[in-house]
Write a protein of this length. Sequence first.
Length: 467
Amino acid sequence: RRPKNFPPGPTGLPLVGSLLSLNLENPLQDFDRLRRTHGNVFSVYFGSEPVVFLNGMQTIKEALVTKAADFSGRPQDKLFNIATGNKGVILSDYGPSWKEHRRFALMTLRNFGLGKKSMEERILGEIQYTIKTVENSIGKLLSPQVMFHNAASNIICQVLFGTRYDYDDELIRVIVNCFTENLKIANGPWQTLYDSIPMIRNLPLPFQKAFENIKTCENITLRLINEHKKTRVPGQPRHFVDCYLDELDKRGNDGSSFSEDRLVMYALDLHVAGTDTTSNTLLTGFLYLSTHPHIQERCQQEIDQVLEGKDCVSYDDRNNMPYMQAVIHEVQRVSNTVPLSVPHCAIRDTELKGYFIPRGTMIIPNLTTVMNEEGQWKFPNEFNPENFLNDQGEFVKPEAFMPFSAGPRVCLGEGLARMELFLITVTLLRKFKFTWPEDAGEPDYTPVYGVTLTPKPYKMKVQLRAS
Ligand code: HEM
């Protein structure tokens, strides 16, 4: 039974709650239906645990920004908290250790202390390999899935370890396999069963694979970190790992939460958070660009004009490319890459929109309901860069643009992700023309549901543009 004045929602059954009435393959439509019945704040029982859903820009901002001190926790004692030993940053609860680590990453990623090579150079370096892959497909069909996945993964590896890996490298293959399997577990019934029925946690059921996968990734990352320790010069960091080791030296035994043990999980967290998200957004982008030739051509006109005489694009060029900026933001809006954000948790007893929310309640901000919210967008249900342009053709960002969520937990890699999306899209559009194959039938824009939304596999035709 719901606590008094708790957000309304469907009646559940003992033990399973409402799970049997949700389409677990893709519950987004069910959540939409519940919103229409119960309003912007409703609750659903996942097993015996009540979970509160937040919908629409106004409600989500009120919770995550205005009442940030009440809503910025993370649920604890769940499968992935236990499997990661709570040592990363994504699932770490609101508190000094999360705050210190978050601040450190933001500072380091903002180019302070990453060594001689800036973030931009690292991205542009990796793009050369992407160009080669596309060049090999000129006049043929290109399946961009693996290419974008590797580009995003390698950019993070460049930031973390100053290294890139060949596309068929064994180490990357193992890590990617572990991530993919764990994302599937994170999104499937075994995680729910583990979380809601504690007495089955030690049984040899499929969720044990999540523990094995994390151990495998930890061992690989630990080996890499140990190799870097042999060649590092203290005070001259080459990458994120060196910066962290310098920070450890500086702190000594000051009782802070920094430790080598923590670094391993931290590096893995950044890798997992930065790979599928960015690559799925790029995949969605090129699906729309290859099926909307007039939008692609208008981007190319702007790119040619602004970059005339320049060897390669720089991130600053975005300020002279309002149309390109609008297209990339529109791609992020329609790709809705992280549809349900990462679950939050109420840090103390609180209230929202007149409802009582007890401490420890799991909170899910449904970002999907903001990305296509009626009244917030000129064209909420179509792919149209006009959503980000004013009458003078200038780039404007509506308040409802929040694919990275909002508040103190807002995506820590937002700056890096935006730089990647801009530099990769502009470089590829400048050099190549992408078209939808005549015999491929109508494009299917419906994504495959998961922790991140993925476009269905597709192929595009590639031609070299006249220089
Ligand atoms: C298009 C790409 C990306 C999208 C759409 C995206 C989206 C998100 C979202 C929605 C969250 C949850 C925020 C919340 O809890 O309310 C998040 C968290 C996070 N993201 Fe991203 N992200 C992207 C790229 C990246 C990259 C490249 C990195 C790596 C540097 C990264 C690192 C993180 C981390 C560490 C968190 C957890 C932050 C915390 O709990 O304090 N993300 N991201």
